[in-house]
Structure formats: C-alpha cells, structure tokens
Design a protein around this ligand. Structure first.
Ligand code: GAL
Length: 672
C-alpha cells in the first residue's frame, strides 16, 4: 500500500514541470511525452486542468480510462501529478442543460460558453455539478501513487472579475444577511440615507449592476468582498471534497500575484502551499522589479513556507497585443528570481505546445517546432540546473522592511468620486522599485501583519484603514519601528465612510499631525492648467511631489521636509524608540527614491549585498543569497559564501547579462 509519504516523494527538492494536457493528443504521443519529460528533468506536471469534457462527456457518463493510463505512465516515469479538479471550464452539455450557471456582466448580459470560466461562482447548480465531478475524481485518485498535489480549479476569477447574474443576486443577499444581521445595520454601513437608497429588506438589494450614475461605494466595496468570497467558497468546497475522499496530498490553486478581484490574504490560510502564475512582459521596462514584487507578495502570504511557481512561459505568450519572446538567458534569470525569493517549484504553461485552439501560439516546454529549438534546449538546461540544486532553506523572516499592501484598500481607494484618481498598484510598485534598487529584502503585507521584526514599514495611500491595522501600526512604532504613512491615508473606515472627527482619526495622534485639506494637483503632463508638481525640500535636497500636496497641521511632530511655500511636507514624531513619519504628497519616481534613501539613512536597514549596481537583483532566503544580473553588461560580485552550483567561493563572481548565482553565505555574513 502506498503511503502519503510516497505520494509526496516528488515534492522533495525544487519541482520542475508544466501543465500537461494529454487530452489534446492521441494516446500514442503520451509515452513519447514521458521520455521527453525525463530528458527535460520534469518531476511534476499539472494534469487535467481543462479536462472536464473528457472526464465527463455527458451528465451520466464518466471516462477515466485515459486518465488512469496517463497517471500510470507518469508514475512509471517517476513524475508526480498535480492532479486538477477540472472545474474551470464546464463542457457544452452543462451550459445547454443548465444555462443558469452562466455569469452576467453588470448590464445583465450573459457570458456565453465557447471559451473558459463561463460559470457563475455563486450558482448552486454550478457548484452541484462541480462537486459531483470532484467527488468522482477524488474517490478514484486520492490514493493514486502518482498524485503528489491537488490543483483546484484554475486562476479563480481570472476572466470574470465580477459576476452580476441572478445567482449572484441571491447569494449576495444571503451574504449581506450574514454580514449585517439586520437591514438597519446595512443601511447605516452603506449610508443609504443619501440619494434615497434606504432598504427595508435584504431582498430589495441588487448587486451593484449598471446604474445611471455613480453606484453606492459602500455597496461596491461589499460586492467586491462578496465576489472574492464566492471564488473562495468554490475552492473550499472542492478542498473539502478532496479531504472527505481521504486525500492527504497538499491542496492548492494557482493565484495571480497582485490580482484585484480576490483578496488572497484571506485565501492564504486555506492553501497548503501558495502557488502563483506570473508572466512578466519582456517589453515592459519594469517587468523584473514588478515580478520580484509579485514573488515577495506571494512569499509573504505564507511566511516560512516555500511557494510554487505554477505557471510561467518558456518564451512568448500569445495574449498580449505584441508578444515579445524572452532573450536568451532571461528564462533562467526569471527562474532564479523565483527561487531566490522563496519558490520550491518551477512550472510552465504548458508542456507541449497546442496544435489548435486559442493558445496555439503560446510557447511551451516542447515547442511545435520540436526539440531542435532554443526553447526546448533552454528548458532542458534549466531542468538540469534545478536538479543540481541542493536542498534549499525555507524562506525565513528575511525582510526587515515591509510594504503595506491591502486588497480592501485597493478596492476602496480606486472607487470613483474621490478628490483624485489613483492607481494603487502603480503607487505601491513605485515604492517597491525604489526599495528593490537598493537591494533591500521586502515583505508585502497588510497593516495587521506588521510586527516588531520589521525595522521600516512604508504604507502607501492607506485610504481604508481598519482599526486592527491602525493598532498594529501603532504598536510597531511603539516597539521601536519606523513607519512612513503617506498622503490619502486613514480617510475612511471599513465601510468606506468618513469617521467622526475629520481625517487621520486613527493615525493622527501617533503621527502628531492633523489633516485639513487634500490639496489636489492635476497629474504631470495634463493639459489645461499645466503641470502641477509640489516640490518638497529636506536636508538631503529637493524632490517632486505629485497629485496631492496635503495641508497638514503639526500638533506634536518635527518637520522633516517643507513644500516650496514653506508648508510641512514630511513630519516625524518620536514615539519611544520608534518614529511615525508622514509624507503629505505622492512623490514621483525620483522623489520616491529620494525618500527611500532618506529612510535607509535614518533606520540603517541593510541591503542583502552591499555595493551592487541597480540592475543586479539580490534576495535572501535563510542563508541563501541569490544574485541575478538583469543588466546588459557583465558584473563582478563578491559575497562571503559559496556558490552552491559551482561549489566555489563567491569571490569576484562574474555574472554575464541574465547570469545568476545561488550563494550559501557564511554565518558571519548573515543578516544582522
Ligand atoms: C494562464 C492559464 C493557463 C494558460 C496561460 C497562458 O492564465 O492558467 O491555462 O491560459 O495563462 O498564458
């Protein structure tokens, strides 16, 4: 009898593999797949992600013969299966017989079948059919020796950020009932006295469908919470079925990094291992720091536990307007970035390039043009590199800097009808880029997760600040940390309502300031009044603020920087051994770097490695330091430690463009 340990065996070391879609190929191709997978060093494949129609061709019939054969072949080849529950694309018979499963947009128009993810997550019928499918799969394969992990659904919410169908309407009413208990509580939370929106019963409430004008922002916020919950409920339902069938393998689903529709901070506890899909655009100059941000966000979801890169592309994707390929070496460099930032699995979409369908131009490990291609050779070489890696330390609490990132705030701060229009992710990214350029290890967490293990915390535009978040930030400062809060923070409560007593009601006393006006500036480059920036000067020089130049009143703080007219732009208040800083504007790229450099001076936070050029990335994972050269010229790097791939001292290491090294550091070089 096979034990759970046997079934997990392929999870040792760094997993390597891809989505494997054998249902797209005749059976005589499968043995060839096994041979080539072994050649490429594949240890794990995600099987059957979109195979519902093949597994259940009609409501009454299930066909597992082909999947039995595939799983046996994988097992014989020593390759683990990350077995999918296949629920992401209901077959045509489902939509025909049960059209009520189809989702709707906000004008009530249906999304029709013919693509994928055409299901309303709150539809009871969809859930019933999905549950039936998953039960059959789970009962049949929970103890199959090839199965090392479970892949629930696929990228929940990816193509359908919100569903406004009648199923959503009914489920939203139930969700509101559970959240508020009484309709009066809802009326109060949503401020329905405004514009004659008072409800008498939960059954009067609709999802915030298309309306003549601005929709109630508190209702929008709750609908986003509800939507994230609906996707999560689908995941949890399937997870429960797997457990009930006796599955002991880790269960996960593939996330999408900073993905607005789903609050992954709430999902993380329910995922045994966090898995992520990431497709950096080779045409985007910020692609690599933003990919690093994504890895750090994903790692921060489950501290101390390695995560899996469930999907990346070997080369070009096919779904952008222009699909640039990766330059030679880039694939391995991006992979090194993942491992350095905590990944213990590197997988692709997909194993064998499809011959037909929407993604036939998408790259794969095994391209349509065959094994004579650079892509195949790169995939094989990368497999060999991964196989040569020793056991890696789990990611530890390696970051002394945290960047606050919060889904509920994202939803609220980007609602309409605000003093100005902000792109939250871009603003968070801007701070991250400035920290990344200085080679600091950063965790990306909600305010509630900020604790005394950090030295420096930056909270960009924390418009919606929960009481719990404010309390955590205050105790962080009281315990000796340095907090930078920034403009347009602490404006509303968790229902998107102003709190009594003005703004900064929760952080104001900590910061020692009051806010009197948001001081809106049009964005740089706007026509009309011309460019509006707010230069601010501190002892290190002058930088540009944009979008907001808030008017603040200093109550009990030191002024660190002033706007050109002399008004306070940045303040600091000592609280015990800690400091609470406030920046009353949104600095541009150079200004953000200016502020970050000042904070580094102030707090003494240390880079992973000193004196690296900005194009070189450095990450720490326990005692492992990863260096990746994203630049166009070779760089020479010295780290006190040993290159784990070459077993030589990392002294004067020359890294070509896209070159990387994993260095086991000597204990003396460990972070203080
Ligand atoms: C992901 C998806 C895969 C495939 C891939 C293409 O979003 O999970 O099934 O479509 O993108 O890049």
């Amino acid at each position: 009898m096979t034990t759970g340990r046997d079934r997990r065996r392929a999870l040792g070391g760094v997993l390597y593999g891809a989505d494997y879609n054998p249902e797209q190929w005749p059976a005589d191709v499968w043995p060839q797949d096994m041979t080539l997978m072994r050649q490429a060093g594949v240890t794990c494949v995600s099987v059957g992600v979109f195979a519902w129609a093949r597994i259940q061709p009609t409501e009454q019939t299930f066909d597992f013969a082909w999947l039995d054969q595939v799983l046996d072949l994988l097992h014989d080849a020593g390759i683990g299966a990350n077995l999918a529950t296949a629920t992401a694309s209901p077959p045509p018979w489902v939509s025909n017989r049960y059209p009520e499963i189809l989702p709707c947009d906000d004008s009530g128009a249906r999304y029709w079948p013919g693509s994928r993810q055409h299901f309303a997550p709150s539809s009871p019928r969809y859930r019933e059919l999905a549950a039936g499918l998953v039960s059959r799969i789970a009962q049949r394969y929970a103890r199959h020796p090839a199965v090392v992990m479970w892949h629930v659904g696929n990228e929940f919410g990816c193509h359908l950020p919100m569903d406004f169908s009648d199923a959503a309407r009914d489920a939203f009413r139930d969700w509101l009932r559970a959240a508020y208990g009484s309709i009066d509580a809802l009326n109060d939370a949503w401020g329905t006295a405004f514009w004659s929106q008072s409800y008498h019963d939960f059954d009067e409430v609709f999802p915030p469908r298309k309306a003549p004008y601005s929709r109630n922002p508190s209702a929008m916020l709750d609908f986003r919470r509800f939507t994230s919950d609906m996707w999560l409920q689908c995941y949890l339902m399937e997870r429960q079925i797997l457990h009930d069938a006796g599955a002991v393998q880790p269960i996960t689903t593939n996330l999408l990094g900073p993905f607005k529709p789903a609050n992954y901070a709430q999902w993380a506890p329910h995922l045994d291992v966090i898995a992520d899909d990431c497709y950096p655009d080779p045409a985007d100059p910020h692609a690599l720091p933003h990919a690093a941000f994504q890895r750090d966000l994903i790692r921060s979801l489950k501290p101390g536990v390695p995560w899996l890169l469930m999907e990346q592309a070997t080369d070009a994707v096919n779904w952008r307007t222009f699909n640039l390929g990766k330059r030679p070496g880039r694939l391995a460099a991006e992979t090194a970035q993942c491992i350095g930032r905590g990944a213990d699995g590197i997988m692709f979409f997909q194993w064998r390039q499809s011959r037909a369908g929407s993604e036939k131009f998408h790259s794969a490990m095994l391209p349509h043009a065959g094994t004579g291609t650079r892509t195949w050779q790169d995939a094989v070489a990368l497999g060999a590199t991964i196989a040569a890696l020793p056991a890696l330390p789990p990611p530890g609490r390696d970051a002394r800097v945290a960047l606050v990132f919060d889904w509920e705030n994202w939803w609220a701060v980007e609602e309409r009808d605000h003093p100005t229009t902000l792109n939250y992710l871009e603003l968070v990214h801007r701070w991250y880029r400035a920290l990344h350029r200085r080679h600091l290890m950063v965790d990306i967490v909600a305010a509630e997760r900020v604790d005394a293990d950090y030295d420096l915390v930056i909270a960009p535009q924390l418009y919606l600040l929960r009481e719990t978040g404010a309390t955590a930030l205050a105790s962080f400062v009281e315990s000796g940390g340095t907090l930078l809060a920034t403009a347009f923070s602490d404006v509303v409560d968790e229902h998107d309502r102003f709190l009594p007593g003005g703004f900064l009601t929760r952080l104001g006393p900590l910061l020692g300031i009051r806010l009197t006006d948001f001081g809106v500036l049009v964005p740089p480059g706007s026509p009309g009044v011309g460019e509006q920036v707010a230069p601010f000067t501190d002892r290190r020089g002058t930088a540009a603020g944009t979008l907001l130049a808030e008017e603040i009143e200093v109550v009990d703080a030191e002024v660190l920087a002033v706007f050109s007219g002399g008004a306070p732009a940045m303040t600091s208040r000592h609280v015990g051994a800690g400091r609470a800083l406030y920046l009353a504007t949104i600095p541009d790229e150079a200004g953000t770097q200016h502020v970050v450099d000042g904070l580094i001076e102030l707090t003494g936070v240390q880079p992973v490695v000193d004196n690296l050029p900005a194009c070189v990335e450095a990450a720490r994972r326990g005692d492992l330091v990863t260096i990746v050269n994203h630049g166009d010229v070779p760089v020479t790097v010295t780290v006190d430690g040993t290159d784990v791939l070459t077993h030589t001292a990392a002294d004067g290491l020359v890294l070509p463009p896209d070159g990387f090294a994993f260095i086991r550091t000597a204990p003396s070089a460990e972070m203080s």
